[in-house]
Structures are given as C-alpha cells and as structure tokens.
Design a protein around this ligand. Structure first.
Ligand code: ZN
Length: 369
C-alpha cells in the first residue's frame, strides 16, 4: 500500500467507468464515486454501478485503504444527462440500497427543460413525439417513470428526493444545487443535444498549517497548544489559510460551452469527455461530443491545472494518440482508466493512483507552482 501517511485529501474521485455508450474490455460505462469533506456523491450512474462500487470497495478494504467507496455513505447522485449509459443503473441501485437496509434519505439531481417538466405535469401517458422538441430521454420523463415503477414512496424504506434543474434557468454563471456541510455543488449547462449539465464541486477553505514551534515560542503550555491545534476555526499560530479546492465534472458535451472559461475558476481539475480523436472531429460536433484536443483547449480556457479525460469511444483500442493530441494543447492531461483514484489534498497537491493487483501505483503527482 502506498498511501502517504497523514495525508488529508479533500477530494477523492474514484473513476468507475471511462467508456462511452457501451462497455468495452476493462472499461465500463459512466459513473464515479466522489468523496468530499461533506460526504460522498456519485456522478452519473450507468448500468451495474452498485456492483462496480462494491468490487472497488472490496479491493480498497483488502489493501487496507481508509479511502473507501461504501454505497451506504452516498448522500447524493448527480446525473449529467439522461442518456442511458449515464443513468440506467440508478433504479436497480436504489433497490440494492434498500436491500442493504438503507434508511438515510438520498438526493438525486439531474437536468431537464421547462418543456419536459410541463409535459410531465400535464400527465401524459405516452412519450413526447419527435416534433415536440422534448427528448423522450429527458430526465423529467425518466424520473416520472422511475418514481412510478419502483422509486415511489412505500417501495423503498428511505426517502428519495428527486431534483430536476431546467437548463433554461441555468445561466452561464451556474446555479447552486447542493450544499453538503460547506462543500458546494454548482450546475453549468453543457451542450449535448439533450438537457445536460456539468458539476463544479468546491470545498471550503481550511486553516493554514499549525506551527507548533511558533506556539511554544509564545509561551503557551502544552494543553493550550493542543486546544488551539484542534480548533479549526482559529488562525492562531498557523500559516496562511488554504484555499478552496475545485473540481469540474463534465458529462457528455461538445466543446463550445459558454461558461467554460476562467470565470468558472480557479479550477484544480477538469474532468472532461474525450470521445473522439482529431480524425473524428466532425462526428464529435455532429453528436455533441468533444475530441481530446478540444477538451484540452477547454482546460486551458478555464485555467485548469489538470485535465483528466474520459468517456472514450469503443472504436479505440489504444488511446495513446488521444493523449498525444491533448498534450499538444495542455501540459497536464491524463487519460483516465477504470479504477483510477484522483485526489486533491488541502494544500493543492493533485495525484492520480492506478489500481494494480495489490496496491496503488502512483502515476501522476502535481504540486502547486
Ligand atoms: Zn450522452
């Protein structure tokens, strides 16, 4: 095991699916487990998500890691859009949670449109027609169906809070959708043909490092020093306060998102899709996706320190050329694999560790400049 002793990671993202549309060898469809200071959330939930979380957690337990992915700890599920490779695993996962004896409430968030909300309110019993302007896969329509088929009150022993966010109301400044004990989640509209959003996760700032020599030199006794050291609201005998840490988790999107610029920042890590390579740029824009190079450009525009790429087309066996194309644009790009753990600590250190047979292999380490 290679976990740094005493490290305190404010954000720990366990990536559990990096393939687009269909699972391939070693790559599942979308879904990640994110631990924050305010608790755990899932970002997207493709098929088999509960099993992926359990397999990963067993592996973490086996190597003695404290950074686990327990399904019961998940406080919220954040869906980026209604395509099935991003959400089809949600309803079965709710039933697994119920069978595990869950009683804590669960919040589910996802994008929709005003038109789709109206369609659901009107109580139609059929899917909207193609010329209605409403995508039948809009999450408002799926949530309505799921609630009636297994997600409703009385079926599950815990409360599910279904939250829909009309993208019509989300300006380029984003909207706050969730506050988990000070860790803030903002939604930003993306561009994917169906209502789609990216999530910005921002942790609160924390006090600077406690300087015990400085405290002793001021004549305090050991008890007083211990009390001050424990008091996270005190800046006494501490270095400068440590800033918020920020992660952007974008689902499927074309690269032309108006809010994706430096005003969204500062950004430690941008997780962005890279479905295609340079040779498929036309397909990327036709289907509301991005190339690896375009994703790296977004990272530059945002001022992201690291661009982590995922959601790769199953046509690519070898992804190294996508990495090369992205690296021409942004100096720090990383091609994610299933099982990767991406961490940001409170001092701003970023690291990526890869799951191997019996340990973490550290494959990337990025300090503050
Ligand atoms: Zn999609």
């Amino acid at each position: 095991m290679s976990e740094a002793p005493g490290s305190f990671n404010v954000l720990s993202l366990h990536v559990l699916g990096t393939s687009s549309a269909k699972p391939t060898k070693g790559r599942s469809v979308s879904g990640s487990y994110l631990m924050t200071p305010g608790g755990a959330v899932l970002v997207d939930c493709g098929e088999g998500m509960q099993e992926r979380i359990a397999v990963h957690d067993r592996w973490l337990r086996r190597i003695g890691s404290e950074d686990r992915t327990r399904l019961g700890r998940v406080r919220a599920v954040l869906l980026t859009h209604g395509h099935l490779d991003h959400c089809w695993g949600l309803l079965p996962m709710l039933h697994t949670m119920d069978k595990d004896g869950r009683t804590a409430p669960l919040a589910i968030h996802g994008p929709t449109s005003r038109a789709a909300l109206r369609w659901v309110e009107e109580g139609h019993n059929s899917a909207p027609s193609l010329d209605s302007g409403i995508h039948p896969g809009d999450l408002a329509i799926q949530f309505d169906w799921w609630r009636r088929h297994g997600g409703k009150e009385g079926t599950l022993r815990f409360d599910v809070e279904w939250n829909l966010h009309p993208v019509d109301d989300i300006g380029i400044d984003g909207v706050e959708i969730l506050n988990l004990d000070g860790t803030l989640f903002h939604a930003f509209q993306t561009n994917h043909g169906v209502p789609s959003i990216a999530y910005r996760v921002r942790t609160p700032s924390v006090p600077g490092r406690f300087n015990i020599e400085d405290a002793r030199a001021s004549g305090l006794d050991e008890n007083a020093i211990r009390d001050i050291a424990k008091d996270s609201n005190s800046d006494e005998h501490r270095g400068p306060r440590r800033q918020e840490r920020t992660l952007i988790l974008s689902g499927d999107t074309a690269a032309n998102v108006s809010s994706f610029n430096e005003s969204i920042g500062p950004v430690d890590v941008l997780v962005h899709e890279a479905t295609f390579d340079d040779a498929h740029e036309e397909q990327a824009s036709a289907y509301g996706h991005s190339t690896a190079r375009q994703a790296a450009h977004v990272g530059v525009e945002m001022g992201a320190r690291l661009v982590a790429l995922n959601h790769f087309s199953s046509r690519f066996q070898d992804l190294s050329h996508l990495g090369d194309e992205a690296a021409e644009i942004h100096p720090n790009c990383h091609l994610l694999e299933d099982g990767d753990r991406l961490q940001v600590d409170r001092d701003g250190m970023i690291r990526v560790d890869r799951r191997t047979a019996d340990a973490w292999a550290n494959i990337l380490h990025l300090g503050l400049e």
